[in-house]
Design a protein around this ligand. Structure first.
Ligand SMILES: [Zn+2]
Length: 184
């Protein structure tokens, strides 16, 4: 039985000149789903309807595999289009998946004055201003937002592990790391 090669390729959904696939949820090419406000819904749709593409979208973000890897099967078919697609996917991935990790530092601000620096809260989508206010109330001390970090007056690092996980249950204690001293 002879099967037309194009058919085979399309069937495997891997190589043959990749047609842009559109998302049934937002109607955009799937690489753009992450820009759509209802990306969560897109994800559900993608997972159901285009599981392998969905996996790729998520996959590339880790960067572990490097873009080109998977199943370029038949070789040779690396068109410009595919490359562009690849880049788009990488972007999407970066946006979709951040390394969720909170770091706690103690820093010396002169004469036995310490501050505690909390980084990474935003990776859990925690509002920094809110967090800063919360810490200030909790420790009855000054607290401010500096760049991407919250700086708390005083050495409160040890208490933060409990306080953060209590206040934001989505934060797992293992993702909070004691980073030691920070030289300022
Ligand atoms: Zn979508």
């Amino acid at each position: 039985m002879q099967v037309h090669p194009n058919f085979v390729n399309r069937f495997e959904g891997v190589t043959f000149p990749v047609k842009v696939k559109y998302c049934g949820e937002c109607g955009l090419p799937i690489e753009y789903c992450s820009y759509f406000p209802d990306y969560e819904k897109c994800k559900i749709w993608l997972e159901k309807n285009l599981p392998s593409d969905f996996e790729k979208l998520l996959d590339v973000s880790g960067g572990a595999e490097g873009g080109d890897g998977d199943e370029t099967g038949e070789g040779g078919k690396k068109s410009g289009r595919q490359k562009r697609g690849g880049k788009g996917i990488v972007k999407t991935k970066k946006k979709a998946e951040v390394d969720r990790h909170i770091g706690l530092w103690r820093a010396n601000r002169g004469k036995k004055k310490y501050v505690t620096i909390v980084s990474g809260l935003t990776t859990f989508e925690i509002d920094l201003k809110e967090a800063s206010k919360f810490f200030a109330g909790k420790f009855a001390c000054g607290s401010s937002v500096t760049g991407n970090e919250v700086v708390i007056q005083g050495d409160v690092k040890d208490d933060l592990f409990d306080i953060i996980t209590e206040k934001w249950p989505e934060v797992d204690e293992d993702s909070i790391e004691d980073m030691g001293e920070k030289k300022i």
